[in-house]
Design a protein around this ligand. Sequence first.
Ligand code: GAR
Length: 196
Amino acid sequence: MRVAVAVSGRGSNLEALFARLGNGDEARIVLVLSDRPDAPALDRARERNVAALALRDWRSASEWLAALEAHSVDLLVLAGFLKLVPSEVIARYRGRIINVHPALLPAFGGKGMYGIRVHEAVLRSGAAETGCTVHLVEEEYDRGMILAQARVPVLPGDNAEALAARVLEQEHRLLPAVVLAAARAGLPVAIESART
Ligand code: GAR
Protein backbone atom coordinates (compact mmCIF):
# COMPACT_ATOMS: atom_id res chain seq x y z
CA MET A 1 0.00 0.00 0.00
CA ARG A 2 1.36 3.41 -1.02
CA VAL A 3 0.88 5.92 1.78
CA ALA A 4 0.92 9.74 1.83
CA VAL A 5 1.20 11.50 5.20
CA ALA A 6 -0.02 15.07 5.74
CA VAL A 7 1.57 17.01 8.60
CA SER A 8 1.58 20.54 9.99
CA GLY A 9 4.34 20.50 12.58
CA ARG A 10 6.87 18.45 14.41
CA GLY A 11 6.02 15.06 12.91
CA SER A 12 6.49 12.63 15.79
CA ASN A 13 3.63 10.49 14.47
CA LEU A 14 5.30 10.53 11.04
CA GLU A 15 8.49 9.34 12.72
CA ALA A 16 6.57 6.53 14.46
CA LEU A 17 5.15 5.48 11.09
CA PHE A 18 8.58 5.42 9.45
CA ALA A 19 9.90 3.32 12.35
CA ARG A 20 7.05 0.81 12.38
CA LEU A 21 6.64 0.43 8.61
CA GLY A 22 10.32 -0.47 8.35
CA ASN A 23 11.42 -1.31 4.83
CA GLY A 24 7.88 -0.70 3.58
CA ASP A 25 7.05 -4.20 2.35
CA GLU A 26 3.44 -3.89 3.56
CA ALA A 27 2.92 -0.14 3.59
CA ARG A 28 5.38 2.41 2.22
CA ILE A 29 5.37 6.17 2.80
CA VAL A 30 5.84 7.64 -0.69
CA LEU A 31 4.89 11.28 -0.04
CA VAL A 32 4.78 13.73 2.87
CA LEU A 33 2.68 16.88 2.41
CA SER A 34 2.42 19.96 4.58
CA ASP A 35 0.50 23.21 4.66
CA ARG A 36 3.64 24.78 6.20
CA PRO A 37 6.91 24.98 4.25
CA ASP A 38 8.83 25.19 7.56
CA ALA A 39 7.26 22.07 9.13
CA PRO A 40 10.08 20.00 10.71
CA ALA A 41 8.20 16.91 9.52
CA LEU A 42 9.15 17.73 5.91
CA ASP A 43 12.83 17.42 6.88
CA ARG A 44 12.12 14.00 8.41
CA ALA A 45 10.88 12.88 4.98
CA ARG A 46 13.76 14.45 3.06
CA GLU A 47 16.27 12.73 5.36
CA ARG A 48 14.81 9.45 4.14
CA ASN A 49 14.66 10.44 0.46
CA VAL A 50 10.87 10.47 0.57
CA ALA A 51 9.12 13.13 -1.55
CA ALA A 52 8.31 16.15 0.66
CA LEU A 53 5.84 18.72 -0.64
CA ALA A 54 4.93 22.07 0.92
CA LEU A 55 1.52 22.86 -0.54
CA ARG A 56 1.42 26.33 -2.13
CA ASP A 57 -2.24 26.55 -1.05
CA TRP A 58 -3.69 23.85 1.21
CA ARG A 59 -7.21 24.90 0.13
CA SER A 60 -6.48 23.91 -3.49
CA ALA A 61 -7.96 20.49 -4.22
CA SER A 62 -6.19 20.31 -7.58
CA GLU A 63 -2.81 20.69 -5.91
CA TRP A 64 -3.57 17.82 -3.51
CA LEU A 65 -5.02 15.60 -6.22
CA ALA A 66 -2.09 16.17 -8.59
CA ALA A 67 0.38 15.16 -5.87
CA LEU A 68 -1.62 12.13 -4.67
CA GLU A 69 -2.10 10.89 -8.24
CA ALA A 70 1.53 11.51 -9.25
CA HIS A 71 2.62 9.22 -6.41
CA SER A 72 -0.17 6.63 -6.94
CA VAL A 73 -1.28 7.04 -3.33
CA ASP A 74 -3.68 4.40 -1.91
CA LEU A 75 -4.02 5.79 1.62
CA LEU A 76 -3.75 9.35 2.98
CA VAL A 77 -2.85 9.65 6.68
CA LEU A 78 -3.39 12.91 8.55
CA ALA A 79 -0.75 12.85 11.29
CA GLY A 80 -0.98 16.20 13.05
CA PHE A 81 -2.42 17.94 9.96
CA LEU A 82 -4.34 20.83 11.46
CA LYS A 83 -6.19 22.25 8.45
CA LEU A 84 -9.30 20.98 6.68
CA VAL A 85 -8.60 18.74 3.65
CA PRO A 86 -10.47 20.13 0.58
CA SER A 87 -13.84 18.42 0.13
CA GLU A 88 -13.03 17.32 -3.45
CA VAL A 89 -10.05 15.39 -2.09
CA ILE A 90 -12.20 13.73 0.58
CA ALA A 91 -14.81 12.80 -2.05
CA ARG A 92 -12.17 11.31 -4.38
CA TYR A 93 -10.43 9.33 -1.60
CA ARG A 94 -13.46 8.61 0.60
CA GLY A 95 -12.77 5.69 2.93
CA ARG A 96 -9.04 5.98 2.26
CA ILE A 97 -8.19 8.99 4.44
CA ILE A 98 -7.51 8.50 8.16
CA ASN A 99 -6.71 10.92 10.98
CA VAL A 100 -5.24 10.59 14.45
CA HIS A 101 -6.85 12.75 17.15
CA PRO A 102 -5.53 13.14 20.72
CA ALA A 103 -8.79 12.37 22.57
CA LEU A 104 -11.50 9.73 22.79
CA LEU A 105 -13.82 10.99 20.03
CA PRO A 106 -16.59 12.02 19.90
CA ALA A 107 -15.47 13.75 23.11
CA PHE A 108 -13.11 16.73 22.75
CA GLY A 109 -13.26 16.96 18.96
CA GLY A 110 -14.39 19.50 16.38
CA LYS A 111 -13.12 22.82 15.06
CA GLY A 112 -10.45 24.44 17.21
CA MET A 113 -9.81 21.21 19.14
CA TYR A 114 -6.24 20.30 18.31
CA GLY A 115 -2.92 19.80 20.01
CA ILE A 116 -2.52 21.09 23.56
CA ARG A 117 -6.01 22.69 23.55
CA VAL A 118 -7.54 19.22 23.59
CA HIS A 119 -5.64 18.23 26.74
CA GLU A 120 -6.43 21.56 28.44
CA ALA A 121 -10.13 20.92 27.77
CA VAL A 122 -9.87 17.37 29.15
CA LEU A 123 -8.26 18.68 32.36
CA ARG A 124 -10.88 21.44 32.71
CA SER A 125 -13.65 18.86 32.34
CA GLY A 126 -12.38 16.75 35.23
CA ALA A 127 -12.50 13.55 33.11
CA ALA A 128 -10.71 10.60 34.70
CA GLU A 129 -9.70 9.16 31.36
CA THR A 130 -8.69 10.32 27.89
CA GLY A 131 -6.83 8.73 25.00
CA CYS A 132 -6.52 8.86 21.24
CA THR A 133 -8.63 7.94 18.23
CA VAL A 134 -7.88 6.94 14.65
CA HIS A 135 -10.88 7.51 12.39
CA LEU A 136 -11.92 7.88 8.76
CA VAL A 137 -11.97 11.47 7.57
CA GLU A 138 -15.20 13.10 6.42
CA GLU A 139 -15.86 16.70 5.43
CA GLU A 140 -16.38 17.87 9.02
CA TYR A 141 -13.57 17.96 11.60
CA ASP A 142 -13.16 14.79 13.68
CA ARG A 143 -16.18 12.95 12.25
CA GLY A 144 -16.16 9.65 10.42
CA MET A 145 -16.05 6.01 11.45
CA ILE A 146 -13.81 5.24 14.41
CA LEU A 147 -11.19 2.60 13.52
CA ALA A 148 -9.32 2.34 16.82
CA GLN A 149 -8.99 3.99 20.22
CA ALA A 150 -6.50 3.71 23.07
CA ARG A 151 -7.33 4.78 26.61
CA VAL A 152 -5.05 6.74 28.92
CA PRO A 153 -5.68 7.69 32.57
CA VAL A 154 -5.72 11.32 33.70
CA LEU A 155 -3.54 11.33 36.81
CA PRO A 156 -3.69 13.65 39.84
CA GLY A 157 -1.35 16.59 39.31
CA ASP A 158 -1.34 16.25 35.51
CA ASN A 159 -0.81 19.36 33.46
CA ALA A 160 -1.65 19.55 29.75
CA GLU A 161 1.94 18.80 28.70
CA ALA A 162 2.19 15.67 30.86
CA LEU A 163 -1.14 14.43 29.58
CA ALA A 164 -0.18 15.19 25.96
CA ALA A 165 3.00 13.14 26.33
CA ARG A 166 1.10 10.16 27.78
CA VAL A 167 -1.46 10.29 24.96
CA LEU A 168 1.21 10.78 22.28
CA GLU A 169 2.90 7.55 23.33
CA GLN A 170 -0.34 5.73 22.53
CA GLU A 171 -0.80 7.61 19.23
CA HIS A 172 2.63 6.34 18.16
CA ARG A 173 1.43 2.79 18.74
CA LEU A 174 -2.13 3.09 17.45
CA LEU A 175 -1.63 4.94 14.16
CA PRO A 176 0.98 2.57 12.67
CA ALA A 177 -1.16 -0.41 13.78
CA VAL A 178 -4.14 0.95 11.85
CA VAL A 179 -1.99 1.65 8.77
CA LEU A 180 -0.59 -1.89 8.80
CA ALA A 181 -4.09 -3.36 9.24
CA ALA A 182 -5.26 -1.25 6.28
CA ALA A 183 -2.36 -2.50 4.17
CA ARG A 184 -3.25 -6.12 4.99
CA ALA A 185 -6.98 -5.62 4.34
CA GLY A 186 -6.51 -3.43 1.25
CA LEU A 187 -8.42 -0.53 2.86
CA PRO A 188 -8.79 1.01 6.33
CA VAL A 189 -10.59 -1.30 8.78
CA ALA A 190 -11.54 -1.10 12.44
CA ILE A 191 -9.16 -2.92 14.76
CA GLU A 192 -9.41 -3.99 18.39
CA SER A 193 -7.16 -1.83 20.54
CA ALA A 194 -5.90 -5.04 22.14
CA ARG A 195 -4.41 -6.02 18.79
CA THR A 196 -2.28 -2.89 18.46
C1 GAR B 1 -0.74 14.85 17.66
O1 GAR B 1 -0.96 14.77 19.03
C2 GAR B 1 -2.05 14.68 16.90
O2 GAR B 1 -2.95 13.78 17.51
C3 GAR B 1 -2.59 16.07 16.94
O3 GAR B 1 -1.48 16.89 16.69
C4 GAR B 1 -0.32 16.26 17.24
C5 GAR B 1 0.76 16.24 16.17
O4 GAR B 1 1.99 15.80 16.70
N1 GAR B 1 -3.64 16.24 15.99
C6 GAR B 1 -4.76 16.94 16.24
O5 GAR B 1 -4.92 17.57 17.26
C7 GAR B 1 -5.79 16.91 15.11
N2 GAR B 1 -7.05 17.40 15.55
P1 GAR B 1 3.15 15.30 15.75
O6 GAR B 1 3.36 16.39 14.67
O7 GAR B 1 4.34 15.20 16.64
O8 GAR B 1 2.75 13.98 15.15
